[in-house]
Design a protein around this ligand. Structure first.
Ligand SMILES: O=C[C@H](O)[C@H](O)COP(=O)(O)O
Ligand SMILES: C=C(OP(=O)(O)O)C(=O)O
Length: 356
């Protein structure tokens, strides 16, 4: 005999939710770890410089460089201390932003980053993750470095975005209306990756959609459900990261992306991600891709033309390669997600880019 469940109105909802855990509001965490006026001035100045580079008003190259993901704030700060002097040394040619990625979009499942699971042990202490992430951002800003983050959860930016100078929407979310709406309200320039299948048009569409004003569901600074109205973000751009069909950092792919942007009446300039599908996720190949881009920029400029490449992205950490997030003990300064270039190679790639 089949038992028919007694479904009351209450029992039809949340049937697959195991629990709800309240977390402090964005306002509470921001007050605990304040940006301060000095840091706010630095963040806004960095955002303005980045927007000028993306728009072609400043002919420096934007370089977003750092680990694939942050799992150990001490190692991330150690990396930042190495990067900060190079940012000063090359400041007349490169605008260096440290990649400080706390949220990882997964192809299927896997560790989702420091905010989601700071202990990397399945305890999902999001409250600790938010505080650790914000505190690290403030420490890196104090070293004089601007920070760049990928935004994945629609409500997490309110906890950290005031400290962020540049942001990304990843390949797996670039076609998502929720992320395009989010980008339309973010206060910093945002790069949209092409899709994992190599489709660049979805990124161009993302840039166009984010430039428009939107009204959508969100959460306010006090954690209350709210209707959010945005002004639109005109400082967005495309990031070419390659796809399942192969790399797209070559001149023909850049020309095609630029043509698609021009057709959409958007600034005809792109950032190139030297990692991911442009390097086949091979950290050794990444430095070769960067060298090819540097040569391309140099020859374009020597021909008296402005380069269509306004920025590059590099995945770099202290130790080369990657390890499993389940490894114990973990190797200090090595990625637990995608393979990264080690510090020495990273420093020489930055020197090559500066010479371009
Ligand atoms: O940049 C990191 C990864 O490429 C991205 O998060 C996807 O990772 P996965 O395919 O290992 O899930
Ligand atoms: C996840 C990332 O890249 P993509 O979205 O291009 O896969 C990343 O840059 O960390």
């Amino acid at each position: 005999m089949t038992t028919i469940p007694d479904l009351t109105a209450e029992s039809t909802s949340d049937r697959r939710i195991k629990s709800f855990r309240a977390i402090p509001s964005p306002d509470t965490i921001r007050n605990e770890l304040p940006l301060t006026q000095r840091r706010a001035l630095a963040v806004q100045s960095d955002r303005d410089q980045i927007a000028d580079i993306l728009a072609g008003r400043d002919d420096r190259l934007l370089v977003v460089v750092g680990p694939c993901s942050v799992h150990d704030p001490i190692a991330a700060l150690d990396y930042a201390r190495r990067l900060a002097p190079l940012a000063v040394e090359y400041a007349d040619r490169l605008k260096i932003v440290m990649r400080v990625y706390f949220e990882k979009p997964r192809t299927t499942v896997g560790w989702k980053g420091l905010i989601n699971d700071p202990g990397m042990d399945g305890t999902f202490d999001v409250e600790r993750g938010l505080r650790t992430a914000r505190s690290l951002l403030l420490d890196i800003i104090d070293l004089g470095l601007p920070v760049g983050c990928e935004f994945l959860e629609p409500t997490s930016p309110q906890y950290i975005a005031d400290a962020v100078a540049w942001g990304a929407i990843g390949a797996r979310t670039t076609e998502s209306q929720v992320h395009r709406q989010l980008a339309s309200g973010l206060s910093m320039p945002i790069g949209f990756k092409n899709g994992t299948d190599g489709n660049v048009q979805v990124a161009v569409d993302g840039v166009k959609a984010a430039a428009a004003q939107h009204v959508f569901f969100g959460v306010d600074d006090f954690g209350h459900g709210a209707v959010v109205e945005t002004a639109g973000n005109e400082d967005c751009h495309v990031i070419l990261r390659g796809g399942t069909t192969g790399p797209n950092h070559d001149a023909a792919s850049v020309d095609a992306a630029v043509a698609a942007l021009a057709k959409a009446s958007l600034p005809a300039r792109v950032m190139i991600d030297c990692s991911h599908a442009n390097s086949g996720k091979d950290h050794v190949r990444q430095s070769e891709v960067a060298a090819e881009i540097a040569a391309d920029i140099r020859s374009t400029r020597e021909a008296g033309r402005p380069s269509q490449i306004s920025g590059v992205m590099l995945e770099s950490f202290i130790e080369a390669g990657a390890q499993s997030p389940d490894a114990r003990p973990l190797t200090y300064g090595q990625s637990v997600t995608d393979k990264c270039m080690g510090w020495e190679v990273s420093a020489s790639v930055l020197a090559t880019l500066a010479r371009s």
